[in-house]
Design a protein. Structure first.
Length: 309
């Protein structure tokens, strides 16, 4: 019943249903799109993620009541075949509109437009057990999987967008396309809010950073170290290493910054280095950012390494 209350408050199922064209014959419709979505959402939230779970749940009195039907005398909810047809109905543009509804709900969660927002973009492995559409073998995880994108608001930990995609690392062009659609939707609500994108190194592609630079979007991404880049912070690294040895400490951490232009970049960019010397050796991590404010320590520890949502 708490799920039903949340759905009524947000209008989630109704808003999602409103952007999907109902291409069914009206004379043969038994379950509305909103009713089907509501049953599917509630079932997933309760831990029943398989569509065929609804073959038994459709008779459950509590779920029927949550979906607005009388628990005993009310009509049963939709079955698995109906859900399967529903999930194969939306076209690409429909799916994009569904994602837009989630962004709208996130924006509406703020009483007024915020001055600035940082969005964390990351992927997570979703192992499959078979050969579902879009699933691919990923050598890094040694599994056949999906690799959906998750975008969260770092301040509130609220979800902003979820994008189901094949089990491979996204290209720069793909990431740029997702961000372009996301930012366009956010700008409908918050034209003046300062947006910052945060992500691991494989999101800091040249296509992504160039697009952000051209559209006034700030970013901070992980950056793979290279010999030329490490050479630029060698003096700072030696100082950290020497300090640890002289003080005989287990670990000493320091920070440095430099300007750098990789071969695939169009311009110089600010790069921050986190340098850590331990008894096992030296570890240097880099991030690249468009931000011209903040100390290297703040950028790395408070902005980039702030606990991931």
């Amino acid at each position: 019943m708490l799920l039903a209350l949340a759905d009524r408050q947000l209008g989630l199922a109704d808003r999602l249903a409103s952007v999907i064209p109902d291409r069914r014959d009206p004379s043969r419709v038994i379950h509305s799109l909103a009713d089907m979505l509501r049953a599917r959402i509630f079932a997933i939230a309760l831990g029943y993620e398989d569509g065929d779970d609804l073959d038994s749940l459709r008779h459950d009195p509590a779920l029927k009541l949550a979906c607005g039907r009388l628990p005993d005398s009310g009509a049963d909810l939709c079955s698995q075949p109906t859900i399967s047809r529903l999930e194969n109905t939306p076209r690409l543009r429909d799916v994009i509109r569904l994602g837009g509804v989630l962004v709208d709900l996130w924006c509406a969660s703020y009483a007024k437009p915020p001055t600035a927002v940082t969005l964390d973009i990351d992927d997570t492995v979703d192992v499959v057990h078979g050969h579902q559409q879009l699933s691919l073998f990923n050598a890094h995880y040694d599994e056949r999987c999906f690799l959906p994108l998750h975008i969260y608001d770092t301040e509130t930990s609220r979800p902003v967008a979820m994008i189901l995609r094949p089990g491979k690392t996204p290209t720069g062009v793909e990431i740029r396309g997702h961000l372009r659609r996301l930012v366009r939707r956010v700008r409908r609500h918050w034209p003046a809010t300062r947006l910052t994108i945060r992500g691991d190194g494989h999101y800091g592609r040249p296509e992504v950073m160039d697009w952000c630079d051209d559209n006034g979007i700030d970013y901070i991404f992980g950056l793979t170290g290279s010999k030329p880049l490490k050479a630029k912070v060698e003096t700072a690294a030696d100082a950290v290493r020497t300090h640890r040895a002289l003080e005989d400490k287990d670990a000493v951490r320091g920070f440095a910054e430099t300007s750098h232009k990789a071969g695939s970049w169009k311009r110089q960019r600010r790069v921050v280095a986190r340098i850590e010397a331990t008894r096992l050796g030296l570890d240097i991590r880099f991030v690249v950012t468009s931000l011209d404010i903040g100390t290297p320590e703040w950028l790395y520890e408070s902005l980039y390494c702030r606990p991931k949502t």
